[in-house]
Design a protein around this ligand. Structure first.
Ligand SMILES: [Fe+2]
Length: 359
């Protein structure tokens, strides 16, 4: 049992009826676990393979070269290089009394949990939060291709998927995509160094602790190593997202912004990265290094991402405050680094901040 891989080709080439059928199929999968996988979505194997090649070259840069472009750990969009252990995904979500993962609103989480990964975050040139790129002398061609070619292709796919969700939810086309016109999506390349399985035993270190992502949705390309799991909301436990071997396969994960917009009608995918299936429950062995590439599709910073009227009814009252996308995003990034912005006003007449995300 794993996430299905849905052929997405009809979304660009099919009849209107086929597009709608596909949109409904994709949206139904999101309702199950907040996640699905797509193939035949427009990005070629050649393009994705090239992105991995650039990624491997980047992480082989010297420590000094990476340190020179380090991300500033504050409550602002992440840009540049983050060293192993810098980000603490365990601090952004926790289980509520019903066992569901919610946005964490306090400091009552284990402060010692470590994510064993390094990453580099960037956005398009000209963004108000500029990316510190490595010099072209260090890695010639990296900036040009990753920013000029790969990022736009990923942005296009993310908007196609969001259009499919608009159709699947029966809201006007453009409901989500019309508030993405400033293209502030972020792309992240991630490297998980080799890790002895024995290091996982104490429960403090994972490749990535359970969390939800912050944007509208995340596209995730993973190499053949495995280890990613998504919370199984149908049967309980976790669903291993075992790589199919198709290099174009991309995971799509619902993020917090879409949860807020739909007033919890869609729930975010809870995911973590653990030992691959072949090394699970073993006390020895070494997990091989792992590379992934994520596109975080984001709403315009000043767009209000509070619940849409369609999803606020007497049975489903408004559950989230009407924050801007930037307020929501920075609140979440601040949690990663214990650099939280001041409390952003609680929802008037609705649930308080402490009640967080729900079902
Ligand atoms: Fe994530």
């Amino acid at each position: 049992m794993s996430l299905p891989a849905i052929d997405f080709s009809a979304f660009r080439n099919g009849t209107e009826q086929k597009r709608r059928e596909l949109a409904n199929c994709v949206t139904e999968e999101f309702k199950k676990h907040g996640a699905t996988r797509l193939t035949n979505h427009g990005l070629t194997a050649e393009t994705i393979t090239k992105a991995y090649e650039w990624s491997e070259k980047f992480f082989k840069l010297s420590e000094a070269e990476k340190a020179a472009i380090a991300n500033v750990r504050d409550a602002n969009p992440q840009r540049g290089y983050s060293y192993v252990g810098s980000e603490a995904t365990s601090k952004v979500n926790k289980r509520d009394q019903r066992g569901e993962f919610q946005i964490c609103e306090d400091d009552d989480v284990d402060q010692e949990l470590v994510d064993a990964k390094e990453h580099f975050d960037y956005t398009r040139d000209g963004d108000e939060y500029a990316t510190p790129w490595p010099s072209d002398a260090s890695i010639p061609g990296f900036h040009d291709w990753m920013e000029g070619t790969f990022l736009p292709e990923c942005m296009t796919l993310a908007r196609d998927v969001l259009t499919a969700i608009e159709l699947g939810l029966d809201v006007p086309v453009g409901t989500f995509t019309s508030c993405m016109s400033s293209y502030v999506d972020e792309l992240r390349i991630q490297h998980y160094p080799p890790l002895a399985v024995s290091k996982l035993a104490a429960g403090k270190i994972k490749r990535c602790h359970a969390h939800t992502d912050f944007g509208f949705l995340t596209l995730l390309f993973q190499d053949a190593t495995g280890g990613l799991e998504v919370e199984d909301r149908v049967n309980g436990g976790w669903l291993p997202v075992v790589p199919t071997g198709d290099p174009t396969e991309v995971g799509v994960y619902v993020g917090d912004t879409l949860v807020h917009k739909t007033n919890g009608h869609l729930r975010a995918a809870v995911h973590h990265v653990v030992a691959p299936v072949s090394l699970k429950n073993r006390e020895d062995g070494v997990m091989p290094e792992r590379f992934t590439i994520a596109l975080f599709a984001k709403a315009d910073r000043h767009a209000v991402v509070g619940p849409m009227p369609k999803f606020v009814t007497s049975e489903t009252p408004q559950r989230f405050p009407s924050l801007t996308a930037l307020e929501l995003h920075n609140k979440r990034v601040g949690q990663l680094y214990d650099a939280r912005p001041k409390e952003i006003g609680a929802l008037e007449g609705g649930p308080g901040e402490g009640e967080g995300l729900e079902g």
